[in-house]
Design a protein. Structure first.
Length: 160
């Protein structure tokens, strides 16, 4: 007497799942950077454009419209030179991050204090607290990993 059976063995498309995960995390980190920038955009005033220009590098990384229309002599080049940003979405290392920093003195002071106390002549002195407001925006972002089911296929094999 001969017996035969048909078995179904699940196979996971790991490559497809990694690609879907990467695309989701790339979109999420991009939206996170935009949300963080939007909070800064709502807070940082424009006078000479220097403070706002420190954010241009990050805004360019994520294609975020970052208007700067100085009402005084433009110092946007100075601000751009004194701002720095990174944006990383690396599928190979599973690294998704962004950063922003500046060495523009009056922006740093106005983040935590009223810079007019130290002789800076500003129409909209701080404290701005844009970093904390940006962190609050980031805390509202959630992400759910892609469903695994679409990446599972059953392979049939005959035994016997």
């Amino acid at each position: 007497m001969a017996l035969s059976a048909k078995l179904q063995i699940p196979q996971i498309n790991i490559s497809g799942y990694r690609t879907a995960t990467h695309e989701l995390l790339l979109e999420t980190i991009t939206e996170a950077a935009k949300a963080w920038l939007q909070n800064a955009n709502d807070i940082i005033p424009v006078w000479s454009g220097a403070s706002r220009a420190t954010f241009l590098d990050l805004a360019n990384h994520v294609r975020f419209l970052w208007p700067i229309e100085p009402v005084a002599k433009s110092r946007t080049a100075l601000g751009y030179d004194l701002g720095d940003a990174t944006f990383e979405a690396n599928k190979a290392t599973s690294t998704y991050s962004f950063s922003y920093s500046t060495t523009l003195a009056h922006l740093i002071i106005n983040e935590y204090h009223d810079a007019t106390q130290w002789g800076f002549h500003l129409r909209h002195p701080g404290p701005y607290h844009f970093q904390e407001k940006g962190r609050q925006a980031l805390r509202r972002i959630t992400v759910s990993m892609p469903a695994l089911a679409p990446f599972i296929k059953n392979k049939s094999i005959r035994v016997g």
